[in-house]
Design a protein around this ligand. Structure first.
Ligand code: BJW
Ligand code: ZN
Length: 291
């Protein structure tokens, strides 16, 4: 059966569901000016994912990889959360959500590394008295899960050290300053000396971006598995649903009797079996659906 486009029915489902998860991807941040990976204008159309988003690529050329991530960090620093981030933030705060979906739980599992969902939450919570209670569930677990890490986490590559720091410095180091133009032209400099690339502030070893590359284990897998296992509604937002394990969550929820609602600009992998499909920019469709 073709997925339903009935917004009122979806809103009824939202009110009835007990354990709701949203799985988000790059389309969530598209309206903030952050490029997606696949599709028109997607980064993997222009850049080679194997060279730039694998541990092997980093080992081969930390210079190329750092230029790519420096460019992404600078873009994320300039960007602002959009209406889709705001809709999800508002929905994740029990005080607001409970007017729409009483007595349900909600968690946002995002594949995005740009930090815009966190910034959107923080903006809303700035005027909120019990901010930390709103950001965690009853068991003290986060309601926002950044499964592919964060652009602004910087990790030490020396396993004996393992230092991680949250670093929003712009530029992260002098040698990368201005290399954004090279990334735009796709003429990255393969030869920036490793000693001039970002270093660990504790032990001085080479640092790497704190994102999850292909072949690496995503973060918070135990918590995510638990949330997926008990979810009765999975809202899929702005992801091509091609990268696992995230791509499997909607199917997992459906196979245990739950419902799936997809919000995407266009048709995407796996949406044929969705119960609800809302095509269009999620910054418009999600805002209508969740408020
Ligand atoms: C809009 C819009 C608007 C636009 N409104 N919509 C099973 C089968 C085959 C392979 C595997 C498998 N399991 C694992 C693998 C290997 C691999 C994988 O999935 N490969 C596939 C390519 C097949 N997966 C992994 O290696 C993962 N690790 C893993 O599985 O470890 C094993 C393990 C798991 C669990 C427990 C223990 C061990 C790691 C994956 C890491 C992915 N890394 C990247 C880079 C991260 C850092 C960075 O950002 O640079 O993550 S790749 C890239 O893809 C990035 C994204 O998070 C990810 C997903 O992309 P996303 O978000 O879906 O973006 P797009 O561009 O594809 O789609 C955007 C969508 O938005 C489109 O549909 C548009 O239409 C839409 N859109 N504007 C609404 N305004
Ligand atoms: Zn170190």
């Amino acid at each position: 059966m073709a997925p339903s486009k009935d917004l009122n029915k979806f809103r009824d489902l939202l009110r009835e569901s007990k354990n709701i998860i949203a799985v988000a991807g790059a389309g969530l941040s598209a309206a903030s000016g952050i490029p997606t990976f696949r599709g028109a204008g997607g980064m993997w159309r222009k850049y080679d994912a194997v060279s730039l988003a694998t541990p092997e690529g980093f080992a081969e050329s930390p210079s190329l990889v750092w230029q790519f991530y420096h460019y992404r960090r600078e873009a994320a620093l300039r960007a602002e959360p959009n209406n889709a981030h705001r809709a999800l933030s508002a929905f994740s705060l029990p005080l607001i959500r409970n007017q729409i979906a009483p007595s349900s739980t909600f968690a946002l599992i995002t594949q995005n590394v740009d930090g815009l969902s966190v910034r959107s939450d923080n903006k809303i919570l700035a005027s909120y008295p019990d901010a930390s209670e709103q950001q965690q569930d009853e068991q003290g677990r986060p309601r926002l899960i950044e499964m592919h890490g964060r652009l602004f986490d910087v990790l030490c590559t020396n396993e004996d050290c393992g230092h991680i720091e949250f670093n929003t410095k712009s530029p992260i180091c002098e040698a990368l300053s201005g290399t954004e133009a090279l990334v735009e032209k796709n003429t990255l400099d393969p030869d920036i000396d490793v000693k001039d690339l970002p270093r660990c502030s504790k032990c001085g070893s080479l640092a790497r971006p704190g994102v999850v590359w292909f072949g690496e284990k995503p973060h918070h897998m135990d918590l995510i598995d638990e949330l997926v296992d008990k979810a009765d509604l999975c809202i899929v937002v702005g992801t091509s649903s091609t990268v696992f394990p995230a791509a499997g969550y909607a199917y997992a929820v459906q196979s245990q009797g739950g419902k799936v609602a997809v919000f995407n600009l266009e048709r995407s992998q796996g949406d044929r079996d969705a119960d609800y499909l809302f095509l269009g920019p999620c910054e418009e469709t999600l805002l209508k659906a969740l408020s």
